[in-house]
Design a binder for this molecule. Structure first.
Ligand code: SAM
Length: 574
């Protein structure tokens, strides 16, 4: 199979292993948390910062847990102003760092830079996916070919599970391009093709509003968009057996069935006849019954006019039409209505992302978007939850600034656009449309976090500056429990850094001292001290030295009814 080559590949292929773990620092002010609720990594999360560091920092808590990834990375059009920023030591990367990636004519390595930026992020995203998880990636012709080769390689496949073609705008005669390109793509890859579940698009009985003795049904078209020249055998006259009224085919839209099948359909009383429903329809229609045993909809790959859901803030006829086809213009309008100003170029339409979220998730799944922009994916998740009373969670990661101009103006896109949008959607807002409607909140919470300092040096040592006891304790506690530590409960002397209550309780210990010459050990003496005070069944003990034989440990466990998991810092850190 052909493989992709690009400048920097040999270095970048394994780069994700050496990206340091960074602390994720909770920021209370932009968060939306009910009084008394602590910020945490296990609910909705907006992370400000570079997604490479953020994805790496999420591994301990989220690896193998994300059901759906949706990303919409910079398309490398030459207009976005994205900046190559990955801090690799090799000279070539040093030359690239901090440079805005421009147009084809300005920069011969612009595609190499894009590949080097994407590769480690895609690898980490795959690691975060659940075995039955799905990843969707938006892209246009600028990097569609390159991206597909990257993804094929990283997902060890020869092609995507599907390539959705999504119509993003109305055709325009104004542009200078020889062809008016009105679509882009969404690639779908599965962590594991044999296990992926795409069951979210389920029809419910509510979509079948009519009812007769056989059950609920919907009135659907009895014709198809073919002419009598295309399909002469589907062009004939049909007759209502009860009234004798005849209906000739429409030369531009022939019947859906050939004569033999149509005869059976009529005999089975599956046709709704206009003469029996005066004023309701001009042409005979077909009864499509709800089948609760087979409620799935198989999605098609061309999304030209079939976005499956409407957006939260639809409020006039014109919107209904645009939103039904999910064009890019919906994205801008939706965002402006929620946060009041045009603050972000080309946000995706919520209906598009909702459709993807609906396709790949059910009510309790995690959805991750590591190029979150204005936070459309968060909106899609909140809206899907409101529609089916689900508890999906989102994780959004977004840089502070899209480009150098925003940086110089101090515009923090993550906080001022993405978080502001989600806050309004949760709590309710006044739409900035002409009617200034009050839009009710969808409810929910989120924690806002920032990518902080690296916790450890490269290669899992403690680096030049030893982290404080508190820093390591925070990291250990949240990698073990997915929760933020309660610093007031830390007891550095005994080493107890926190506990959980499930299954007889688990205590977490950290026997570490930020001193290169002294190691804190786990020995029989330590365990005997602990057992005097700690009644919990499980102990997880992070220490710098294990100073007892495994058999002594097993015996201690048996005698005291404990289960003990010793872990070495820093190398045993998850
Ligand atoms: C095309 S936009 C995404 C738009 C988004 N889908 C929406 O609907 O608003 C891509 C975003 O990714 C962000 N981005 C680019 N590189 C990033 C990185 N390394 N870490 C985090 N965000 C990044 C950019 O700042 C930009 O806002």
């Amino acid at each position: 199979m052909p493989t992709i080559q690009f400048k920097g590949k040999s270095v970048i292929e394994t780069y994700h292993h050496t990206v340091p773990h960074h602390r994720l620092e909770f920021v209370p002010k932009p968060s939306v948390l009910p009084k008394g609720e602590k910020p945490g990594l296990d609910g909705n999360l907006i992370i400000e910062g570079d997604n490479l560091a953020a994805l790496k920092s999420l591994l301990p808590t989220h690896a193998g847990k994300v059901k759906c990834v949706y990303i919409d990375p910079p398309y490398n059009t030459g207009e976005e102003g994205w900046v190559y920023n990955d801090n690799l030591a090799q000279q070539q990367f040093k030359e690239w760092i901090g440079q805005t990636v421009g147009k084809e004519s300005d920069d011969a390595t612009r595609h190499d830079k894009w590949c080097c930026m994407m590769y480690p992020r895609l690898v980490l995203l795959r690691e975060l996916l659940r075995e039955d998880g799905a990843m969707f990636v938006s892209i246009d012709d600028n990097e569609a070919g390159v991206l597909r080769m990257l993804l094929d390689e990283i997902f060890h496949v020869e092609m995507p599970l599907a390539t959705f073609v999504w119509k993003r705008r109305s055709p325009s005669g104004m542009r200078s391009d020889p062809v008016s390109v009105d679509h882009e793509y969404v690639y779908l890859y599965a962590k594991n093709r044999n296990q992926v579940t795409l069951t979210g698009l389920v029809r419910t009985a509510n979509e079948y509003p009519l009812e007769d003795a056989r059950g609920r049904y919907a009135s659907t078209d009895l014709t198809v968009g073919m002419t009598e020249e295309d399909r002469p055998n589907q062009a004939f006259t049909i007759r209502n057996p009860r009234t004798g009224k005849q209906y000739r085919h429409n030369p531009d839209r022939v019947w859906r069935f050939e004569p033999g099948t149509m005869k059976q359909v009529i005999a089975d009383d599956l046709v709704i006849w206009p003469d029996e429903h005066p004023g309701e329809m001009d042409r005979p229609r077909y009864k499509t019954y709800f089948d609760p045993k087979n409620p799935k909809i198989k999605p098609v790959s061309s999304w030209i006019e079939n976005a499956v859901s409407k957006s939260h803030n639809v409020d006039d006829e014109e919107d209904l039409q645009t939103i039904a086809s999910g064009l890019n213009s919906e994205g801008g309008r939706s965002l402006k209505r929620i946060i009041g100003a045009k603050v972000f170029d080309y946000p995706k339409p919520p209906s598009l992302i909702r459709s993807l979220v609906r396709l790949a998730t059910t009510a309790d799944d995690i959805v991750l978007d590591s190029f979150a922009g204005s936070g459309t994916t968060g909106q899609a998740v909140l809206e899907e939850n409101a529609a089916d009373r689900g508890h999906r969670r989102f994780v959004l990661i977004q840089l502070r600034h899209d480009n150098k101009e925003q940086e110089s103006k101090g515009i923090n896109v993550c906080e001022m656009v993405a978080a502001a949008r989600i806050r309004n959607l949760i709590g309710g807002y006044t739409s900035t449309n002409s009617k200034k409607q009050k839009v009710a909140g969808l409810g929910g919470t989120f924690t806002y976090a920032r990518v902080g300092e690296p916790l450890f040096g490269e290669y899992r040592d403690f680096g030049k500056n030893l982290p404080t006891y508190e820093d390591v304790a925070k990291y250990v506690f949240y990698t073990e429990t997915s929760r933020e530590i309660d610093l007031k409960k830390i007891n550095e002397k005994s080493g107890l850094i926190g506990s959980t209550d499930v299954a007889g309780g688990t205590s977490y210990y950290l026997l570490y001292t930020p001193n290169r010459t002294a190691d804190r050990e786990m020995s029989l003496t330590t365990l005997k001290q602990l057992v005097k005070k700690d009644k919990r069944k499980q102990w997880v003990i992070y220490c710098e030295k294990i100073w007892l034989h495994p058999e002594e440990l097993r015996q201690f466990e048996r005698e005291n009814g404990k289960r003990i998991r010793p872990m070495l810092v820093p190398f045993g850190l998850k």
